[in-house]
Design a protein around this ligand. Structure first.
Ligand code: MLT
Length: 411
């Protein structure tokens, strides 16, 4: 008898962005002429940097000749990319990461989702609320949680509320947890944790033998000085933290696919016989068994962002999106809406008017002004009453969306 993994049945029908796409399609079917502006999923709109395009072309040409052709590469990534990552994102900031502590992948969504496989299903998980749904959903699939409760929480998960009341900085849990997911800059709130806040979490992890799963996919958007770009800027973090980084939002790779995970060898867990085991070893085993490496061509493109011209070009695109963020934030504030984020992140997190349920606000925006955003409730129970807009649209659509909110939406 082929029994199913029953844990999947605990999950709500569809993944958040699949549900949004479904609602847009349904609306489009009834209103084929609707001019819909999509500021929902955080998908980039600006082309890859010229330096990346050149590198991709050169790599394609290499594949055309027997003497430069590449077949399977190292599953962990090519050394040219790993060294560029280490030099630019770590060594330059005084952080020492070994080349066998980096694992290049097809993007950090897969890594954030798969990482839980190397932890026991008995581990107690803490996640900030609201947060990127992948962390929770993948732990539900793995059976690390109980059922979904009427209040929107899964049993046996420690939720760490992040709301305007606590300035979006989660409190330490009262109980002992083993895995803590932190996303900084946070998706969806667009807010960050200061050095002091992060130190608190690193100390907690050290004192409780916990591991922090730190998603820094939006690190390139940080503008303020006191916000760490990497958790390894915090003393002691290398013993307790795994970090996820992505080229998607940093350099427009949402469709090209490349990311990486850093697992220092000093991060360990306990085996059933009581011995200490490096998570690095387990991930290496998993990665080499289940993954055959990111395409050579793509890795060449990714490495090009670390050249001088590549850095300049990606910084220009990031500034472009951050200008969109400013336009959205100020536009919302001009009509009396409270908006957070958008300073160190490409997301604007707004309070819905009169505490309107976030899916109702989604429908209102879609049907009244044909603008799509993401309902806060989709990111966790504490996201209810909030709504996310992305600044990854193009300038013209961003301006048009803000204009519609200011002049056509009925409050
Ligand atoms: C988002 O909109 O939250 C992100 O684009 C989703 C992702 O990066 O997978």
């Amino acid at each position: 008898m082929a029994y199913i993994n029953n844990n999947y049945l605990k999950l709500p029908g569809s993944y958040l962005f699949a549900e949004i796409a479904r609602r847009i399609s349904a609306y489009k079917a009834d209103h084929p002429d609707a001019d819909i502006i999509r500021l929902g999923i955080g998908d980039v709109t600006q082309p890859l940097a010229p330096a990346v395009i050149d590198a991709l072309h050169r790599a394609v040409d290499e594949m055309a000749h027997a003497d430069t052709f590449r077949g399977y590469g190292p599953e962990q990534g090519y050394d040219f990319l790993i060294q560029a990552i280490i030099e630019n994102n770590y060594r330059k900031n005084g952080i020492d990461i070994g080349s066998d502590e980096i694992f290049v992948s097809d993007g950090s969504k897969s890594d954030c989702g798969n990482i839980q496989e190397i932890f026991s299903t008995d581990c107690k998980v803490a996640i900030t609320d609201p947060v990127y749904p992948v962390y929770l959903d993948t732990n539900v699939m793995a059976g690390r949680t109980g059922d979904l409760q009427a209040d929107g929480h899964f049993a046996n998960v420690t939720y760490l509320p992040c709301t305007a009341e606590n300035n979006f900085a989660p409190e330490l849990p009262d109980e002992k947890v083993d895995m803590v997911y932190l996303c900084c800059p946070n998706n969806p709130t667009g807010t960050t944790l200061s050095r002091k806040e992060l130190t608190k979490w690193v100390d907690y992890a050290r004192n409780n033998d916990a591991v922090i799963l730190f998603d820094a996919a939006y690190a390139a958007y940080i503008t303020e000085k006191d916000v760490p770009r990497s958790i390894y800027e915090i003393e002691g973090a290398k013993d307790v933290a795994i970090e996820f980084r992505s080229f998607s939002k940093t350099a427009g790779f949402t469709g090209t696919r490349c990311g990486y995970t850093v697992i220092p060898k000093s991060v360990t867990g306990i085996a059933s016989d009581g011995s200490r085991v490096q998570f690095n070893k387990l991930w290496n085993r998993r990665h080499t068994t289940k993954f055959n490496g990111t395409a050579y061509i793509v890795q060449r493109g990714a490495a090009a962002i670390y050249t001088e011209e590549g850095q300049k070009q990606i910084r220009e695109t990031i500034s472009y999106y951050m200008e969109n963020a400013r336009i959205i934030r100020e536009g919302l504030q001009a009509v009396g809406l409270t908006a957070y984020g958008g300073v160190n992140a490409p997301y604007i997190w707004l309070k819905t008017p009169d505490n309107m349920p976030s899916w109702d606000f989604f429908d209102k925006l879609l049907t009244e002004i044909n603008v799509v955003g993401t309902p806060g409730a989709g990111f966790g129970p504490c996201g209810e009453g909030y709504f996310r807009l992305t600044s990854f649209g193009d300038r013209e659509n961003t301006l048009r969306a803000v204009d519609r909110i200011k002049n056509k939406l009925h409050f």
